[in-house]
Design a protein around this ligand. Sequence first.
Ligand code: GCV
Length: 717
Amino acid sequence: MKSIVKILVSFFVLLWTVSVKAEDGSRLWLRYETVSDPELLKTYRTQISGWRIEGNSPTMQIAAKELKQGLEGLLASPVTSVSDIKTGMIIAGTPESSSLIRSANLQEKLKGLGNEGYILLSTKIQGKEVFVITANKDTGVLYGVFHFLRLIQTQKSINKLDIINVPKTTLRILDHWDNLDRTVERGYAGFSLWDWQRLPEYISPVYKEYARANASIGINGTVLTNVNANALILNPDYLIKVAALANVFRPYGIRVYLTARFSAPIELGKLKTADPLDPEVIAWWKKKTEEIYRYIPDFGGFLVKANSEGQPGPQNYGRSHADGANMLADAVKPFGGIVMWRAFVYDNNVPDDRAKQAYNEFVPLDGKFRDNVLIQVKNGPIDFQPREPFHPLFGAMPKTPLMMEFQITQEYLGFATHLVYLAPLYQECLESDTWVNGKGSTVAKVIDGSLENHTISGLAGVTNIGNDRNWTGHPFAQANWYAFGRLAWDPFLGSDKIADDWIRMTFSNQKEFVDPIRDMMLNSRETTVQYMTPLGLHHIMGNGHHYGPGPWVDMGRADWTSVYYHKADSLGIGFERTAAGSGATGQYAAPVDKFYSDLSTCPENLLLWFHHLPWDYRMKSGKILWDELCFQYTAGVNSVIRMQEEWAKKQGMIDEDRFEEVKSLLSIQAKEAKWWRDACIAYFQQFSKRPVPEGLEKPEHSLDYYKNQRFYYVPGN
Ligand code: GCV
C-alpha cells in the first residue's frame, strides 16, 4: 500500500513538473524545482528547520533572498527565517557580522580562505546541530549559499557537511564583445544586454539576474565592451551608465572592466598622437583613469586588443606591447586596477606561420611588464577552432602572469544552433602538459599562477549571452556559460562532474535522463570536430561570417583564407609545422616538440595541424588518410543522428517547450553536419582523386553547388 502511494505521489509530482509549468529557459540552472524524490524531500525537510543570515549588507540581503527562494522552491514549504537557534538551522555569516559564527571557533579554518573562499559545515552552536555557511567576506557567504543550494538541487547528501572551497584563480571574467549599438560581435543570442540608451535611469531587472547567475558560478568580473573597441565608452556620458551597471553588480562580487581603444587620446582627447611614451598621452590616460575611478571606485581595469586585425596599438609608434600595457598599468595602479593585454596578434605582412607570431612577439617581452599586467592568451595559437593544440605561449613567459581566454560563444562551433558542450575542449587545453618545468607543468598550473607563483591569475570567457529569453540561444549553450564559471573557479574540475550538476539543476535529476544526456554532452564536442575539422584540420569555415564550410576560400588576406591552413593539393593535405616546415613545433618545450613532430606519437586528432601528409598515408586504423578523413566526417554526421535519437527518447521526461526546442535545433544541426561533410569531401576529393570508401554516403551535390551558396545577414558578423 505504502509503495502504491509512493508511486502515485511521484507520478503526480512528475506530471506537475512536465506538463503544468511552461519553461522558456530564462531561469537557467537556478530553477529550484521541488526535490523530485519523495524520500529525499522528506529527509531534507527533516534536516533543515530554518535559516538565519547574520548581517545586513546588500550582499547579505541577496544571500538571504536566495536562501529563502531556494529553500522554498526545493522543499516546497515555507522555510522561515527564525531568530532562536534550533537543530537543523542554517546560519550564514562572517566572523565580523556574527557573534554566533565567532562562537563556532572557526578561526583556523577561515585563515586560508582569502576574500572569496567559504566553508559549509555541520557543527554545534549553543548545543544545537546546525549548518554553518561562513567566509571571511560577505561575497564568500553568498558563494557558500549557492553551493549549499546546489547540493540540494543535485540531490546530494547534506549530512555531516565539511566543505572548504577556495577559488584557485583571482580573476574569473566574462568578456562581452558587445558594441554600443547593442550588436554583439560573434553573438548568436540576440542583442547586447546593456541598454545604453536608457541607462543610467532605467535599470533593467535583467542586470540583477545576470549578476545573480554569474555569482552562482563564481564569476567576479565582466568586461562590458567589445575588444574591437569604441573610445566613446570612456566619455563621461557613457561612464555614468557604466557606473549604474557597476552599482548593480557590486553586491554580487562582480567588478566592471572596459576595453580601452588605444587611439582614444587622439579620438577623444584631440591629441596628435597616442604614442605610449609621449608625456601628453601618459597624462591623458592618467586623467582619464582618475575620472573613471570617480564614477566607479572599484573599477577593475582595462582589456586591450592592440595591433591586431586593424586595431591601433603601440606599434603604430614604433613602441612595444610592453610600452603600451605599462603606460595603462601605471594609470590604474594607484587604484588597484589591472590591465589585461591580449596576445591575439598576427599580421599578414609578417612572412611567418600565423600560429607562431604571438609567441615571437611576446616571449622577448617576458619580464618587461608591470606587476599589474596579465597577458590574455587564447587557448590555441590560431583562433578558437574546434580543436587546436595548446598555445605555445603557455609556459613560455614565466615572469608574466598569463590569463586564459576561452570562447564560450560558438563562433566556430555551429553558433547557437549546434549542441556542443565545450567543457571537454576547455579541459583538454587545461590538462595539456607544457613540460616547461618538467612533467606535470600543465596549462592549468600556468594560468592559476601556481607554476611560477604569480599572485594574480585568471580565466576570461568570451561570452555567449544576449537578450534572448533563454540568454544563450540554444538551451544547451547555457551549459557552456555554466562550465566556464565552474572551471574558472577550479581549472582542475572534470567536465563530466560539471555536466552532471548542470543537467540536474537545469532539467532533471532522473537517472534515465541525466546519464544519457551527460554522455551525449561529453561526446558532442568530438562529434563537432569530426563533422567540421577532423584530424587536425582548421580554419576552413565560410569567409567573414564563419557560417558553414568554406575549404575553398582563397581570396583576400592569405591568413584569412582556408587554403593557407589545409594546403591540400594532389600530393596531400595538412600544414607542415615541424622543423621540416614552419618550425612552429619548436616553440614548445623539447618533449612536446618531439611529441608533435614525431608521426608515431603525434595524436591523430592533430595530425594535419602539424604535418602535411600524402593522401595514402597509412593511419593507425590501417586505412589510408583519405579514407580515414571520409570515415571521420561520416562518423560525425552519424553521431548527430544518434544525438537526435537519444533526445527523442527523452520526450515526457522534461517540459515540452525545451524538449521541442532542442529537438528542432538538433534537426538543423544534423542538416548542417551533413552539409559540412558533403562540402568538405566534395572539395578535398578534387585533390585526392579517390573514391569515397565503399559503404559511406557520397556528397549529395556537386562542389560548385556548395561553393555557390550565399548567405545573407548571418548573425554575429
Ligand atoms: C573581436 C576572431 C573573430 C573576431 C574577433 C577576433 C578577436 O578573428 O572572428 O570577430 O574580434 O577573433 O579575438 O579579437
